[in-house]
Ligand binder design. Sequence first.
Ligand code: SF4
Length: 371
Amino acid sequence: MSFLSSSDALRYREYYSSCFDHFYAEESVAEHPALLRAREVAPDIPFKIIRSREEVPTEHRSARTLLAVTGRGNAVGRCPGTRGHICCNYLTVDLYTGCNLGCSYCIMQSYLNFSPITVRIDTQDSVARLAQIARLNTGRVVRAGTGETGDSLWLDPLFNISADILDGIRAHPNLILELKTKTDFVDHLLGRVDPAQVVFGFSLNPGQFAEVEEPAAVPPALRLAAAERAVQAGYRVAFHFDPLVRSEATAGAYEHLCSEVGRFPASHVAWISMGTIRYPKELRDALPDRPYMLDEFVPARDGKYRYLQRERVAIYRAMLTQLRAGTSAPVYLCMESAVVWRRVFGSEARQLPELSSLFDPVELPRVGEAQ
Ligand code: SF4
């Protein structure tokens, strides 16, 4: 378990035992190094090899069960984006399905209720695909992330998969992997992976809000402390104010978070994103009445519910002013319309010099093209 310090080994052994009641692995990965690492880090979780995921007993099909599968053939794709809204051209590497950090606003609350937390531990195909994309896009930065349907770092001290990917893409310096998280689980990577190819991304929300609405996540103050450790070790970080929520629990609190972000040297802040809360109808139906859901929301062109456009613009402008008081790092909007972009920044992302390199679409190989 050389990738964990002895104090971290103890912390994670206890932590993961508290997260899971059962741990299954498909026999195709029985000898995979990432599985052996996980077994060593968390030996107390009852473990069983199964022939296929269908063998997980019905009564164990929940977020209290961990399931390791092969992941061969896994695609790297574009972030699905959303109709009528500007997408930041992020590539997604599909490693995790599910997360039990329990954010009340998480889209996964509306599905996956009867699924184990699934981890695709064999990253070989994803790495090969990323390398192919890097070669096709020589001369420009390609951003990829693993946090589309899960938290990038929540299970990383268990399987240490991010290091596998980062080792695999080392020959392609134009590839950057962003590890987006609501944890402070960074220490196993600091000093062990190349600072030029990784960005630690932290989602931020006011502490009082996070305490209630992100109950099993690490408190934002500790996420900021982890960001500080990463920067001190020479890494770049990113901050995501997403979802930005207007409620009694957040009133006046974003200003403090913006000033905290302003304490980081801009040279080490790769980017900052902002996105007001949005949700599809299914999530609304799945949620109990959270105080922030009692606000006024309207359906947008992609069918998701958002604050009125003029209110979103006011929120973004206020945030931007507060952020700009402390940092010159690039700031962008997540899943917003061209009109909102123009009203907040005066133009769209690709016209802004500091953002054009991020928002120019990455070329993807055609399906079936040799790797
Ligand atoms: S950390 Fe992310 S994936 Fe996990 S519950 Fe919260 S929003 Fe969902």
